[in-house]
Design a protein around this ligand. Structure first.
Ligand SMILES: Nc1nc2c(ncn2[C@@H]2O[C@H](COP(=O)(O)OP(=O)(O)O)[C@@H](O)[C@H]2O)c(=O)[nH]1
Ligand SMILES: [Mg+2]
Length: 285
């Protein structure tokens, strides 16, 4: 998960910083990195052509030096290096005509924030989590898109949903036999931005889902957006989505009945709304 993005002027040491995490990365780690690398690069006029990736403690620093600036992403140590390189390349390219010398006018700062967010989150991953038999795979199958198997075929499958051309690209992930994998959860949720807890809207299922998953997910993925789907609303005993939201103690729960879903757009809208909510949190400030 991307935690921070910095642009640092090698001469003035002035920083532009945008945070994407609820827990700020400690200043001492940022400082020690900058101390080492601003020194190393301030005397050389030539840029570092290739992107470098360096682990420091539990963080990963992905950076590039160009035209007197360091562009850097701080992320979790296990994030995909290939993805990080790709998004940093993207941001640096988008900013190539942007005047980054201080002071950056207010409206330019806002534009900068939007460009950075758009590029760093050009790929959004949504996971469907829940107990067996609640309808996760039914939801997954309903949406159009090419299926791929990023990990083991037995554990997870992924689908590029919505049109191939929409920005950001949105991937939906469906896990198989999820309850059994609990020690593996932090691993399985790597790179996930949005988590949908799916329940079948019965009392037993909601309570055991809460017990099995909620704390685990909040601990493993504090920066992910956690939402719910109250499926099987067609069943006579289905609990109200509002009540389920209170029971699970999460921000929003969407009622759904896959059994009499009349059009796919209702389902798509749930995911679109989630993506917008996720990205909006980085653009409000
Ligand atoms: N009544 C009803 N059944 C559903 C609904 N959604 C899924 N199902 C059924 O529930 C069963 C389990 O669904 P599945 O998608 O395999 O659940 P998963 O284990 O969470 O992936 C299947 O027989 C589905 O047809 C729903 O909204 N209402
Ligand atoms: Mg399934």
């Amino acid at each position: 998960m991307i935690r921070d993005f910095f642009i640092v002027d090698l001469h003035t040491k002035k920083r532009f910083h945008k945070s994407f995490s609820k827990e700020p990365t400690s200043e001492s780690i940022v400082k020690s990195f900058l101390l080492k690398y601003t020194k190393e690069f301030e005397n050389t006029s030539n840029a570092v052509k290739a992107i470098k990736i360096i682990p420091i403690k539990e963080f990963m620093f992905t950076f590039l030096v160009k035209k007197g600036f360091i562009f850097m992403i701080i992320s979790d140590i296990h994030d995909s290096k290939k993805d990080l390189e790709l998004v940093l390349q993207k941001v640096v390219h988008s900013l190539s005509h942007f005047d980054l010398h201080e002071p950056i006018p207010k409206d330019h700062q806002e534009e900068l924030g939007v460009i950075i967010t758009r590029d760093l989150f050009s790929q959004i991953k949504i996971a469907l989590i829940g107990k067996d038999n609640v309808g996760k795979s039914t939801i997954f199958n309903q949406l159009e898109g090419e299926i791929s198997y990023p990990h083991s075929k037995r554990v997870m499958r992924s689908k590029h949903i919505f049109s191939e051309t929409t920005e950001p690209s949105v991937y939906l992930l469906d896990y198989i036999g999820t309850e059994d994998y609990s020690p593996q959860w932090p691993n399985l949720l790597r790179g996930i931005h949005i988590i949908f807890i799916v329940v079948d809207s019965t009392v037993e299922n909601v309570l055991s889902t809460k017990r099995l998953f909620i704390n685990l997910i909040k601990r493993a993925k504090p920066d992910a957006l956690l939402l719910g789907i109250a499926n099987k609303q067609d069943q006579a005993k289905a609990l109200d989505a509002k009540l389920i939201q209170k029971m699970l103690d999460i921000d929003a729960v969407f009622p759904l009945s896959m059994d009499n879903l009349t059009n796919t757009s209702a389902l798509e809208n749930i995911f679109l709304h989630a993506v917008q909510t996720y990205l909006a949190q980085f653009l409000d400030d």
